[in-house]
Design a protein around this ligand. Structure first.
Ligand code: ADP
Length: 464
């Protein structure tokens, strides 16, 4: 899959995800608004009915009051009736009408509101209610009780607890039709209103968040896998290219050497034949080594690698390997310094593998140094083990590269130019072998300044 296709899919998928999330958000917001509206309507119906009820009760009492003095004659009755009407209207228009409310009215109001909310409107929610007088700027009645004021000593805490009820949007003017100035208010307040409105929506919101997160996770994981696969395929291509490249030279050399042997001028010269044979052998060995490396890596992959521990002297081993590698360094006019500083040199390790990893490190130190190489190979005592250090003055590598060099097939990219041969397997082999001895490998490097590789092998290795 080309990078363009992958990026297009990512963009489309992201747009779809964002679109879906926005739609979900809008839908949830709309249903919340709808719920709010229904709730508000029901509360106002209750308030209106409660107001009617209160007014009705008050008027009834006033009627009884007005008809208390019963009289016998028709005329007098009419006069009384008129007087009563006047009295009633006066009372109703009295701004103090609120103060005519008695405990019995409150009880009835209390029952009415509770019944209306719960049974008729289906709202089973704790509430507070009160009758607020605009004249006194305070509550006359709160939750079924008269509010008793002791002079001006209304404590601030009382005011605070009234906050919700005082500023509630569910407030209905009382008697405004009869007394337009300074009416009172019937107020209802629901402390748990928000929670009640969200109650049914929360499972929907949570599940939509969960499913969106799940889709997002699966999508990101797929993208990650696609990129990983792409990288693997790139690495495999690189590897095949490298391998062909690595084999091409020895094959060409061998072909040239064998052609030369067949040449009439050479065939009679045993010295020359010997030289060409040694070239063929050396190139053959080089190819074998390469194949060996690849096979070893395959073994490590399948965890088939076998460590044959034996008692070895680490100084001796490092010295031998370093001396063998010194030739190549010296041929470039460089130097290879060997500092055998370790005193406790006896360890249990696999001689061949350990020699291979030291050789690999020295090989790399030489390969990745453009100037005249100055390599230092050192052994050092360490707590519980021994350190083998290989230091060069080479090209070094960035912090980012350092994180990957121990990965299989990884090679630091220097543009498209592969001026240094390799499969990217050497360091992963070093790591695998070191860890199989229970040890660790570290790198310290700075671009352009050089690198230091440290292999730590414990005295008492736990072979894996
Ligand atoms: P190869 O040498 O076959 O490419 P390695 O696994 O030995 O593979 O090394 C991986 C990569 O680490 C190399 O391609 C190189 O870029 C980097 N590297 C290894 N050793 C050194 C070093 N001494 N100095 C700078 N870079 C190094």
């Amino acid at each position: 899959m080309s990078k363009k296709v992958i990026i297009s899919i990512i963009i489309l998928m992201s747009a779809a995800l964002i679109g879906l999330s926005v739609i979900q958000f809008l839908w949830i917001r709309k249903s919340l608004a709808l719920k709010e509206k229904t709730f508000d309507d029901r509360i106002f119906i209750t308030l209106n009915m409660a107001k009617e009820k209160l007014l009705e009760n008050l008027q009834e009492d006033i009627t009884i009051l007005g008809l208390e003095k019963k009289i016998s004659t028709q005329d007098e009755r009419r006069r009384e009736q008129l007087e009563y009407e006047l009295k009633k209207n006066k009372m109703l228009s009295d701004t103090n009408l609120l103060e005519n409310i008695e405990i019995s009215h409150i009880e009835e109001l209390d029952n009415f509101i509770s019944k209306e909310l719960k049974i008729n409107q289906g709202i089973d929610l704790t509430y507070e209610y009160g009758i607020y007088s605009n004249r006194t700027k305070s509550f006359l009645i709160r939750d079924g009780h008269f509010v008793v004021e002791f002079g001006n000593s209304k404590s601030s805490s009382t005011i605070k607890t009234q906050d919700g009820l005082e500023s509630t949007p569910y407030s209905l003017p009382l008697f405004e039709d009869v007394s337009s100035n300074e009416p009172g208010y019937l107020k209802l307040y629901f402390p748990k209103r928000t929670r009640y409105l969200w109650q049914n929506l929360i499972p929907i919101v949570l599940s939509s968040i969960l499913f969106t997160a799940l889709v997002l996770f699966c999508f990101s994981y797929t993208v990650y896998i696609v990129f990983k696969q792409k990288k693997i395929s790139e690495i495999k291509n690189d590897f095949i290219n490298n391998m062909t490249h690595e084999f091409k030279t020895p094959i060409a050399t061998i072909s040239l050497a064998s052609d030369s042997i067949g040449n009439a001028s050479i065939i009679g010269n045993p010295e020359k034949i010997k030289r060409f044979l040694s070239i063929i052998k050396a190139e053959n060995k080089r190819m074998l080594n390469q194949v060996e490396k690849v096979l070893q890596m395959a073994q490590i992959d399948k965890k088939e690698i076998t460590i044959k521990p034996a008692k070895i002297d680490i100084n001796e081993l490092v010295e031998n390997v370093a001396e063998n590698s010194a030739l190549k360094v010296q041929s470039r006019g460089g130097s290879l310094e060997i500092n055998l500083l370790a005193k406790y040199t006896q360890i249990q390790a696999d001689q061949t593998h350990l020699s291979n990893i030291v050789a690999n490190l020295i090989d790399n130190a030489e390969k990745y140094t453009k100037e005249t190489p100055h390599i230092i190979v050192e052994t050092q005592d360490d707590k519980d083990g021994i350190k083998i250090i290989v230091k060069d003055n080479g090209i070094g590598m960035s912090k980012d590269s350092q994180k990957h060099i121990f990965e299989k097939f990884y090679r630091v990219h220097t543009g498209n130019l592969h001026d240094v041969k390799g499969f990217g397997l050497g360091l992963s082999y070093v790591k695998a072998i070191t860890e199989a001895h229970g040890g660790r490998v570290f790198v310290k490097s700075e671009l352009g300044k050089g690198s230091t590789f440290t292999v730590f092998i414990p005295f008492k290795p736990k072979f894996s």
